[in-house]
Design a protein. Structure first.
Length: 275
């Protein structure tokens, strides 16, 4: 695995006024939606060890603070840690996250892998984004097993789920979207998306109001050119301008798809196979 020494810009040091230190409290509305989602999909169980995927974007940083708030408020004991996958892509430097997470006092792991190099060598008939997503997910599972975490928390929100649904219907011929709570293929890691019913604009506001050290365009290989996801984001925005209740309707329509895999996720994890 490739390693590199991070460089930390002066304006993103944890003691700089532009980067607030300490845990932030979500708004009452965000707390309410988050709590309902966690309960609706039975996302957190007593004794869970939850590893939060932190890319440096507004969504994952907001998730970090929101789950810490939940941890302090609920009568269920569970552990939290954070992890970042560094694909060693030019233009993406997660170094500012290192002192920020250290100041918060949460266990933090950084996995470094030359995903672009691997894609160039091994990708066949696939998009870079799809290859990168699979590689990152594999690294996340690997780290969760190694460090003893049984739950992986991801920051996708309702807008992401709606966009994925349209992409799947328009280009894949399937009615599908991201699941809210399910197990990986091996059955040893549960994946949860606590923001499955949260609008993106709420996370934009939370990150801005709390000066979270967001790393913009945190997948530069994807942001270098317009993507299908961006096209559907604009399509949904145009439709919402005509129909303000659009996402309320979509949230209801997508619920059966969000719940796929939930029953299996709530079953006991399989016992490790003996060598």
């Amino acid at each position: 695995m490739n390693e590199r020494t991070p460089t930390i810009p002066a304006d993103l040091q944890p003691d700089h006024p532009h980067a607030r230190a300490g845990w932030m409290t979500p708004s009452k509305k965000l707390q309410r939606i988050l709590a309902r989602t966690l309960m609706e999909f039975s996302m957190i169980q007593p004794g869970d060890r939850i590893l939060i995927g932190v890319s440096g974007g507004k969504d994952s940083l907001s998730l970090l603070h929101c789950l810490h708030h939940v941890q302090r408020r609920v009568p269920i004991a569970f552990d939290l840690a954070a992890i970042t996958i560094d694909p060693l892509v030019g233009g993406f430097d997660p170094a500012p996250l290192v002192p920020y997470l250290a100041a918060l006092g949460i266990p933090y792991f950084v996995e470094r892998e030359d995903i672009v190099g691997l894609a160039n060598a091994h990708m066949r008939g696939d998009s870079y984004c799809a290859f990168c997503a699979r590689m990152k997910r594999g690294l996340l599972y690997q780290a969760a097993r190694r460090e003893g975490y049984n739950v992986l928390a991801l920051g996708q929100h309702l807008d992401d789920l709606a966009e994925s649904f349209l992409m799947s219907a328009f280009h894949g011929g399937k009615l599908n979207t991201m699941k809210a709570h399910y197990r990986n293929d091996a059955g040893d890691v549960r994946i949860i998306r606590p923001f499955a019913r949260v609008r993106e604009r709420m996370l934009v506001d939370f990150a801005a109001q709390n000066a979270l050290p967001v790393i913009k365009d945190n997948c530069p290989a994807c942001f270098a050119k317009p993507t299908q996801r961006e096209h559907f984001k604009q399509l949904l925005a145009a439709e919402e301008a005509l129909n303000p209740q659009l996402f309320r309707s979509l949230a209801v329509s997508l619920t059966p798809l969000m719940r796929e895999g939930l029953a299996q996720a709530l079953l006991p994890a399989p016992l490790p196979q003996s060598a």
